[in-house]
Design a protein around this ligand. Structure first.
Ligand code: URA
Length: 210
């Protein structure tokens, strides 16, 4: 991908996102929409995957038909909210390998603290799609990508539902080689590190916790 930031302006994505932002939307509705929207965002983030051809025979004649090249993709979920994006993406890319990075945000410093990391092997040979619904300060995303690069990952993309300008700038500074795909670039972060207008706490909204 050539652009550092891609905002997916597709009408279906924007419509679903509006319902997700609405505070009256139920947990079940939020979760269903997140799954649907993640499928559409996954379509965009995989747009430029390398292709090769394979020899097949249609009922009419032999042909060299296009197929994905290289090792299976790696999806890396930043716990816990990243998991809400996994189901939809896996429906589109069922053979993908899946890894998890556990980071929580210290509420005082807003800095990420790592508590879990389990990722697929041969990351150096895979395209890694890192998923987290909210690119807020960018601290967790940068830390997760630091970790993945230490594990060998070279070809990474970042998929989120909403991005704040502060998070995009932080990612561009730390990881200019990692393209970001999102449904919206929102206005700013508030004093607590929440995206405005945003949708609140994505983890709480998808899991019904408060
Ligand atoms: N994480 C969230 O869940 N929401 C925000 O607005 C920012 C970070």
């Amino acid at each position: 991908m050539t652009e550092h930031l891609t905002v997916v302006n597709h009408p279906l994505v924007q419509h679903k996102l509006t319902i997700m932002r609405d505070k009256e939307t139920s947990t079940a509705g939020f979760r269903r929409l997140l799954k649907e929207i993640s499928l559409l965002l996954a379509y965009e983030v995989t747009r430029e995957l390398d292709m090769t051809t394979t020899r097949i025979e249609t009922p009419m004649q032999p042909m060299d038909a296009p197929t994905l090249d290289g090792k299976k993709l790696a999806l890396i979920s930043i716990l816990r909210a990243g998991n809400g994006l996994l189901d939809g993406i896996l429906e589109l890319i069922p053979a993908a390998r899946v890894g998890f990075v556990g980071l929580y945000r210290d509420p005082e410093t807003l800095k990420p603290v790592q508590y879990y990391c389990k990722v697929p092997d041969h990351l150096d040979e895979r395209i890694c799609i890192v998923v987290d619904p909210m690119l807020a300060t960018g601290n967790s995303s940068v830390a997760a990508i630091d970790l993945l690069k230490q594990s060998g990952a070279k070809n990474l993309r970042f998929l989120c539902l909403l991005a704040a300008p502060e998070g995009v700038a932080r990612m561009k500074e730390a990881h200019p080689d990692v393209p970001i795909v999102t449904a919206s670039l929102d206005s700013h972060l508030n004093d607590h590190g929440y995206i405005v207008p945003g949708l609140g706490d994505a983890g709480d909204r998808m899991f019904g916790t408060k």
